[in-house]
Design a protein around this ligand. Sequence first.
Ligand SMILES: Nc1ncnc2c1ncn2[C@@H]1O[C@H](COP(=O)(O)OP(=O)(O)OP(=O)(O)O)[C@@H](O)[C@H]1O
Ligand SMILES: [Mg+2]
Length: 960
Amino acid sequence: MTDNLAYQDQDDEGLTPRTSHGTLNFSENHDDSVYGSGLGPLTSNQVQQLRQLHGPNTMETGRKRSWYQILFGALCHPFNILLILLATTSGVTEEYKTMGIMLFMVLISTVLRFHQEMKSEIAVKGLLKLVSNKVIVIRKGDGGDDGARIESNVSSCDLVPGDWVKQFPGELVPADLEIIESKDFHVSQAALTGEAIPVQKYASKSTDFYSNSGINDADDNEDESTAELLTGIVTPKPSRPILKFFRKVFGLPVYSEEKLSDEEARNMVSELDKPQLCFMGSAVVSGTATCRVVSTGSKTQFGRMASELAKRRPENAFQLGVRRISWIFFITMICLVPPVLLLQGFIIKDWYAAFTFALSVAVGLTPEMLPMIVNTTLAKGAFEMSRRHCIVKKLDAIINMGGIDILCTDKTGTLTNSIVTLHRYVNRQGVSSSSPLFLGYLNAHFQSVQQNPLDSAIVSHFDSAIENNEDPVFSTIPQKFTLVDELPFDFERRRISVILEQQDKTNTLLICKGAVEEVISQCTRILDDTTLTNVYSMIRNEVATHPLSNSEQVRLLRLNDELSNDGLRVLAVAYKFLESSPVDPYGIGDEAELIFAGYLAFLDPPKESSKDAIKSLLEHNVQVKVLTGDSPLVCQKICREIGIPVDVVVTGMDLVGMSEEQVRKLVEDATIFAKLTPIQKSDVVRALKKNGHIVGFMGDGINDAPALTEADVGISVDSGMDICKESADIILLEKDLNVVVDSVIVGRMTYGNTLKYIVMAVSSNFGNVFSMLVASAWLPFQPMGSLHVLTQNLLYDISQIAIPWDHMDPEFLMVPHRWSMKSVLKFMVMIGPWSSVFDITTFLFMYFYFGIQTPEDDVGLFQSAWFTVGLLTQTLIVHMIRTPKIPFIQSWASLPVVFMTVFIMGVGLGLPYVPEVSKWLKLEWLPWEFYPFLLAVLIGYCCVAQLAKVIYVALFKEWF
Ligand SMILES: Nc1ncnc2c1ncn2[C@@H]1O[C@H](COP(=O)(O)OP(=O)(O)OP(=O)(O)O)[C@@H](O)[C@H]1O
Ligand SMILES: [Mg+2]
């Protein structure tokens, strides 16, 4: 009990008074006045009152951000802060013009980033509303406490403490729950503990007491264990308003103010171990349960841990790369500014001017637009994807999407239509027979787990058989049985059984259906179907059966192969009679010595659209591999039809016992992986990743969740299991591979535009560093005034704001791309210094041709000339670097980029001639002799840069 009380002991003052059995939290969570008189399901009135008290069952995590958080994020980037600091320094030294320009840069980068991020946030929020996790809730009807229990499907946000919910495999536990009743109920708490192995949860003795006695009684009860159970329910510290505000602004969860202490963490673990409690964020792996909600939203254990959990997410290569690049810029600046200051100070002997010059060089070397361009490009990518009905949960997943070179996918619904129909039902001889249909129907009808497409197909086929009056006995069937027990489906056994009792209590029947090998392996006899007069004779045990011989087993497997080769998905159906009141509860051990009844064969034809999508993926150099739990033959047939190569087929059995090396080799060659368990699916993805691939995984079933988490990009669909949507990075509103193709292209485009800016910034900065050092060391005057440096920088920044709206060459979009720091550095060294050659040429020209050699000469002309040359070459670099081709001849930038660059070049050329502005900026008229030189420099620069590009591509076989 002390364990649980320990972390209840804190409120704002750390002084939560305890009740006799627990703490205030207990009474807070279970306030009698609103909690209802007992612990049965709630009435709608109670639900309303509880919702007012506890709010919706949501948490302030994830990517939902309000406008001021987005604005704050856009403004408070280290580069902006640096600029604001530099601007403040300029303000202090009364350099108001410099200050104004710096603040204007901050304004542009903030406003643009804010605008694009808001736009994408609104679009994604709108789509996210369409994706909500539903849960079956049991509430009382209008008759108040006496009202009938009504089950309904509600959004998990609508749950309140006290609600009763039903839980099924694949669902996420929607709140902290206490189990009332369960069957083989296993949950994975990996999201909370990192422990992948599912744990069993069941109602404990104390819970039984609790649920039977009603909350008021429980409060008075002496039973310590009940109090212990209840005190496990956490109410976190309410945040102080001021802290709450700042946490909100910083996008941190407002409900968890501090890190858990060791003791708290220990207590939490002991909570997680309790078999009768299930926690939000866990996933139901198998079995079913009826539970009562104990805490919702931020009051759950998950809510409390969310800030800790968020930190666990590792950065991907791209995020890490951008951070490193930012550091490189920063360090370069720190290293360069002091020598520039000293050189200038000693040479021109004006320390004030040297200081302002060094300051503006610092600004010039800061890629202040980097965060704006990266985030705007990503946000724009997310917006583009949202237009294709594709929700990006994590922004950087877009970049990974562009890098995918292998797409693994499940089969049903992705490659095939999700509409499965029951096509044939045959006996051991392959002849149509009602017995497998009849047994299959009972199995599908009585199982409590939500039906999958195969079960739905059986039920709807059976219903239409009743409608068509195919067999009059059919219509009376469900009423003749009651469900006694059930052995739920799992992906290891690949079978599901129900145990039914005939209402006249004559027989107890186990009906098993599942994957062919897995069912036949449990059969010892086979139904002699020829003696069947009507299906009742079978369940009355009036039909002959005979032992299943080895040769007959082989024949059955051959029949399965024949059906599978026709593209049919086959399930085997078997049954047996059981003792009606066994000593031990029914269990998986009862699935033995079964009587084989026949096959059900389903039609699940390939999707028309997937053929084009596969072709397009292959054209875009994305290999497609199918990872399925289904049989290899059906999968091969479908793959052949839609154009996936089927050279090497691997099954789950092949992988068992293989070394990591062998698996890594095998996964390269094979395209079809059949009969995989969920863990094997994720093993295959991991092996591919280890081989150096960027792997996308698309799936929608509970068995796909581990692989979705493992993959670089997990893709799921709105109609998929909750756990899949939770594990995925990208959710599609329609399960269509063509949307994946579009997303890959958007990803590559986004990556290209981001990288374009990064390599432009690194290479032009690298060149500038050289030019500045040479100029400072050589010239006895400033090569450019600080105001010139800043204005040039500002104009250059403006010319680049259209980059997120640029396009990439079609060739670039045809291949996957991945972040490589090495490439960026190579680029910087190989391409960067060329601009310095032309800067130094300009110095020489001004020095010798115009004779500007001492501070007494026309320094203003020198500065104006370098201002113009620097601005024009820098702006041209946008066109040079965006493509490995010849700009304007082989490849054009998008209209916004062309417009912005031409506009800025025009402004640069015109500025010296605008009377007031040129005076303000200290720019001078340039004589006509300068212009032929300028033209020669620009042409020379383009030629040299093009040559450098050709050499670079020839050497490294890549262009970023
Ligand atoms: N409702 C069911 N009843 C009995 N057996 C089932 C049922 N659902 C699936 N199985 C068996 O388990 C096997 C694996 O399940 P399933 O086909 O759903 O795996 P999967 O990997 O999700 O396949 P896919 O790639 O087609 O989505 C199936 O081939 C089938 O034999
Ligand atoms: Mg599936």
